[in-house]
Design a protein around this ligand. Structure first.
Ligand code: ADP
Ligand code: GLC
Length: 487
């Protein structure tokens, strides 16, 4: 592939992209993967990102150009959409605004019908945006339920449309349980008919993510282990039989992290930079954080950290249940997170009960997240399931050793001290119980007292390559395979 015409054209559709709109890891991935792909494929690839023009992005007021307005058909006529263009990390990024995607809306309402309406409309409008630009994508790379209906539309509403005749699709699953259930009304309004895929269960016939999965030419999930897990009843959310039967089009590719953004040697948010060779700055960051949060300033007390959406997925039940019985042991815990009200209430209660040991910061705070990764000794992530998880990779890069459940991407990215102490980068446990977590935490805390062993663990973790490089190469090969299928 050399000439401009031969470039592979990929439309990367996402609900989030950091720093403009980030709720969790999807925001990190959409911001980093397209640029990493350009790093791999160079001028052979023309990849462009498209996002809803959320209120949050408007508030950040990025430099942008107005491209114009176009119409999107629906059952009651047409609705109008406006397209803007900007650059995010050097990637051409389209911002799509319209009444149906709800001008000035939050990234997610948390209300299935409102989110359904916003993202069903966005999914159709993003295809019309490509037509408006007269830019025929070779591949639509959709992410999660929010843009899954664009994949389904290619095989239904747009199947006979010559403009999309050559467009193939990749459906990336970042989180299977979030499937867009509740979008039925919006889908019907937009002219979608229920899916007729006989391998899908009935409830899935008007549900965005299963329809995107069934319609896609390729399914990718964000770690090899999660790709295996979702083919089982325990993790498959009712789609395991479909996924197992069609596993010839399913692959797991581990996410990476943006190693320039997450770099303890050059992180503008942390007061004391450090490296694997010289971790003195880490000790100073810990002391500074203990002071800032009015915890006892003591390098020998293990500092446990959590940076997470407060969602039951993340296993907070295990962590919170473990605290009362272990409150007399020497540790401190700083938790940064926001999300479900019941988990926020429990986190607040625990801080009230153990003010000397626990600080719960119930907010989204980028700067504090960096400080916690840098200051912490142990990063607690007892997820019940974890498609990939970026937090544990970021933590390892900052010498903050994860104690995590052996599931999904946690299992793929952490080398377990219990199994391979010499190469270990963290501690993994399998039981879905607080006893399982406590036993792993106890051995981590004991190991923390052995200065030399701990230094080795930190060194192993900090030297691991968590960059996007090899994963971007995998995605690039997949793109080429999907394209060659059509020729
Ligand atoms: P998920 O996508 O399931 O939320 P990941 O581990 O893949 O989990 O990604 C989480 C991302 O969101 C990380 O970059 C993490 O630092 C960030 N994050 C989560 N909660 C917060 C918060 N309260 N403040 C700042 N960053 C947060
Ligand atoms: C999801 C998953 C998380 C993954 C992220 C990015 O939100 O919960 O495990 O790292 O997407 O792929």
């Amino acid at each position: 592939m050399n000439g401009a015409q031969d470039k592979l054209k990929v439309l990367f559709a996402s609900a989030e992209a950091a720093p403009w709109a980030k709720v969790g890891g999807l925001g990190d991935v959409a911001a980093a993967l397209p640029a990493a792909l350009i790093g791999t494929a160079g001028s052979a690839l023309d990849i462009r990102l498209i996002l809803p023009f959320h209120a949050e992005i408007k508030r950040k007021n990025p430099t942008l150009g107005y491209l114009g307005a176009f119409s999107v058909p629906n059952q009651t006529g047409v609705f109008s959409a406006e397209l803007y263009v900007a650059s995010l990390h050097g990637i051409t990024t389209y911002l799509l605004d319209s009444e149906l995607t709800n001008h000035n809306s939050p990234v997610y309402y948390g209300d299935p019908a409102l989110d359904g309406r916003k993202y069903a409309a966005f999914s159709v409008a993003l295809l019309e945006a490509a037509r408006f630009l007269d830019w025929q994508p070779d591949i639509l790379h959709a992410n999660d339920w929010h843009t899954a209906l664009a994949v389904y539309a290619l095989k239904t509403l747009y199947q006979q449309d010559p403009f999309f005749k050559e467009t193939r699709s990749l459906m990336a699953i970042h989180n299977l349980p979030f499937n867009g259930y509740g979008s039925e009304f919006a889908m019907t309004e937009l002219g979608f008919m229920p899916g007729t895929y006989e391998d899908l269960p009935d409830w899935a016939r008007l549900t965005p993510l299963p329809l995107g999965i069934a319609a896609a030419d390729q399914i990718v999930t964000v770690s090899p282990q999660y790709a295996r897990e979702i083919q089982t009843r325990d993790f498959g959310c009712g789609l395991h039989e479909y996924l197992e039967k069609h596993n010839n089009k399913l692959i797991g590719i581990l996410n990476g992290i943006d190693t320039r953004l997450w770099d303890p040697a050059a992180d503008p948010y942390i007061p004391f930079p450090f490296t694997a060779a010289d971790t003195n700055g880490k000790t100073l960051n810990k002391a500074a954080l203990q002071r800032e949060l009015h915890l006892e300033e003591n390098p020998d007390i293990p500092l446990l950290t959590v940076v997470s959406r407060l969602d039951h997925q993340k296993g907070f039940g295990l962590l919170f249940d473990a605290i009362p019985d272990n409150a007399r042991k020497p540790w401190q815990l700083v938790l940064l997170g926001t999300g479900s009200q019941d988990l926020e209430a429990r986190a607040e209660d625990l801080m009230r009960q153990y003010p000397q040991k626990i600080v719960s910061l119930l907010r989204y705070d980028e700067a504090m997240a960096h400080k916690l990764y840098a200051a912490g000794d142990l990063f607690v992530m007892p997820s019940l399931y974890e498609p990939c998880g970026l937090s544990q990779m970021i933590a390892m890069r900052y010498g903050n050793i994860p104690v995590a459940r052996a599931t999904g991407g946690l299992q793929d990215s952490i080398i377990n001290y219990h199994k391979a102490p010499d190469e270990a980068t963290g501690f993994l446990f399998t039981e879905k119980t607080h006893e399982g977590l406590v036993s792993s935490l106890n051995s981590a805390i004991l190991t923390f007292q052995e200065k030399e062993t701990w230094a080795k663990l930190m060194n192993n973790a900090m030297n691991k390559d968590f960059s996007w490089k090899s994963s971007a190469q995998n995605y690039w090969s997949i793109y080429q395979e999907i394209k060659s299928k059509r020729e």
